[in-house]
Design a protein around this ligand. Structure first.
Ligand code: SF4
Length: 59
């Protein structure tokens, strides 16, 4: 299980991560916040790869 981290300085609040994995990512004040460790259900790497500014990493 990996935990996603969003670099808020890079995030442009596009909402792609939230739409792909709404259990983990929530857009608040124009930035994506990680609100859960892991949804256990999706491919975190796919979300990482979908971010247009490479603001998401996994640890
Ligand atoms: S996909 Fe990337 S830029 Fe878009 S809201 Fe998520 S972290 Fe921010």
């Amino acid at each position: 299980m990996s935990k996603a981290i969003v670099n808020e300085e890079l995030c442009i609040g596009c909402g792609t991560c939230e739409s792909l994995c709404p259990n983990v990512f929530k857009i608040e004040d124009g930035k994506s916040k990680v609100v859960a460790e892991d949804c256990g259900d999706c491919d975190c790497q796919a979300v990482v790869d979908s971010c247009p500014v490479n603001a998401i990493s996994l640890q």
